[in-house]
Design a protein around this ligand. Structure first.
Ligand code: IFM
Length: 471
């Protein structure tokens, strides 16, 4: 598959003889994407778009605290206003529907819907009820993530994910949400990207709550996965008709050379990125290699935990962005060796669609009980500008086309993949990178909150219209 700069220029809209623009996005005729039951949607997350952090009884989250600390987020940005989606949700849903997107993946802000005593906050709950009901009225499939990183600060004050009790509080939260919202949610995901919560939040401090200790990372991960495992039966009991799963961000690691040491380094990269999460979920055990890579970090695991964590799933959400090229660090680990001359995004991430295909095919071989897959996030950041009312995000168009081709290749190789969500519906608060990095297929002018549909979104909408029109 093309992975060079020429593929980017291929994506630039070019004039054709009748004056119309060539369509650089449309999948080939034999692509599985033409199947009408392949769900194509877009995703967002609460803290990244909602704003209104002090309204209607919402409590502070760890991201309010973290982003208020100088130096933690680029340009001192915070999610206080973000895309003001809390007030503009109706127009945003209209926009989503006007693009013909069939699915919407959103997350619930835990601090908006539950108070410190565990009681419901009706105003916060009503926001999500209205939102989900409107999506259902529009015929849009709803995928709801319970935890996309905005832990209530009062729980962090009691140890956050280092405190086993947080897993039980999460199960209570899942119980309340699934009792209140049953019937409006097609798919529940417990956690988004526990790797980020555990490693970036507790292991290296890049994300909230900003703690940096390897032992914290593995213990936080264990409690996150326990929270997931405790929530699954609760969701099943309260909302039996919906699908239940979890979302993992997966990383491709490639070896910088054929040497055994570099091959081992690439293996270890994937162990800490993928097997750390997928093995407990799908095999009921942590990979032993993890503790060779990070000696002395074994978490405290109680009897029965691994059984709880490995409860069967209806789906696995996969988020994929880039690959990492690594070499041996000369000891028992790996070090990054960034490749020269490769295509990169505004984040500096390498564009590597083959990595998505290869990981999906690999998981299908490794995990005999691999549940059906949804690509719950894929997309890229670019420094998009509105020019004469338009945003020509040529690199994104090429990126999406190539990643969707990778998904199609994985499907043809036998992986059960049911859908794909663009990250993201709109530009938003990109965590420690603030508002500078634009991942949306809809541009947001943060000074006016004006939304401008980018060319990538126009082309996805055109494809969906064509697909719908087919017999
Ligand atoms: O913006 C994030 C999202 O919240 C989680 N997955 C990765 C995205 C891009 O960094």
């Amino acid at each position: 598959m093309a992975n060079d700069a020429s593929a980017v220029s291929d994506a630039r809209p070019s004039a054709v003889s009748n004056g119309a623009l060539a369509d650089p996005f449309s999948p080939p005729a034999d692509s599985s994407l033409w199947r009408k039951n392949f769900l194509l949607g877009a995703a967002t997350a609460s803290y990244q778009i909602e704003g209104a952090v002090n309204e209607d009884g919402r409590l502070p989250s760890i991201w309010d605290t973290f982003s208020a600390k100088p130096g933690k987020v680029l340009a001192g940005d915070t999610g206080a206003v973000a895309c003001d989606h809390y007030h503009r949700w109706e127009a945003d849903i209209e926009l989503l529907a006007s693009l013909g997107l069939e699915g919407y993946r959103l997350s619930i802000a835990w601090p908006r819907v539950m108070d410190a005593a565990g009681l419901p906050n009706r105003k916060g709950l009503d926001f999500y009820k209205r939102l989900l009901n409107r999506l259902k009225e529009k015929g849009i499939t709803t995928s709801v993530t319970l935890y996309h990183w905005d832990l209530p600060q009062h729980l962090e004050d009691r140890g956050g994910w280092l405190n086993r009790d947080t897993a039980y509080r999460f199960a209570d939260y899942a119980d309340l949400m699934s009792r209140e919202l049953a019937g409006t949610v097609d798919a529940w995901a417990t956690l988004n990207e526990p790797w980020c919560s555990a490693y970036l939040g507790y292991g290296n401090g890049h994300h909230a709550p900003g703690l940096a200790d390897g032992r914290f990372a593995t213990q936080a991960m264990h409690h996150l996965l326990l929270a997931h495992g405790l929530a699954i039966p609760v969701l099943r009991a309260n909302d039996p008709a919906s699908q239940k799963g979890i979302v993992a961000n997966i990383g491709r690691g490639t070896a910088n050379s054929d040497s055994a040491a570099d091959q081992r380094a690439a293996h270890l990269f994937e162990v800490q990125h993928n097997a750390w999460i997928l093995d407990p979920l799908l095999k009921g055990a942590y990979p032993q290699d993890l503790f060779e890579l990070w000696p002395g970090t074994e978490p405290l695991v109680l009897d029965g935990d691994m059984q709880t964590i490995s409860a069967p799933l209806d789906f696995l959400g996969i988020n994929y962005y880039f690959r990492t090229n690594v070499a041996s660090d000369g000891a028992h680990g790996f070090r990054d060796v960034p490749l020269e001359g490769v295509e990169r995004t505004q984040m500096g991430w390498e564009v590597h669609p083959d990595g998505l295909r290869d990981l999906l095919i690999g998981f299908n071989r490794t995990y005999r009980n691999l549940p059906p897959i949804y690509i719950t996030e894929n997309g890229m950041a670019s420094d998009d500008k509105v020019i004469d009312g338009h945003v020509d995000d040529a690199q994104r168009i090429s990126f999406l086309k190539r990643h969707l081709a990778a998904v199609d290749q994985a499907i043809k190789a036998g992986v059960d993949i049911r859908g794909y969500f663009l990250w993201s519906l709109m530009d938003n608060f990109e965590w420690a990178f603030g508002y500078e990095r634009r991942f949306g297929v809809v541009h947001v002018d943060y000074s006016t909150q004006k939304r401008t549909v980018k060319r990538s979104a126009e082309l996805v909408a055109k494809f969906l219209k064509e697909r719908k029109a087919q017999a």
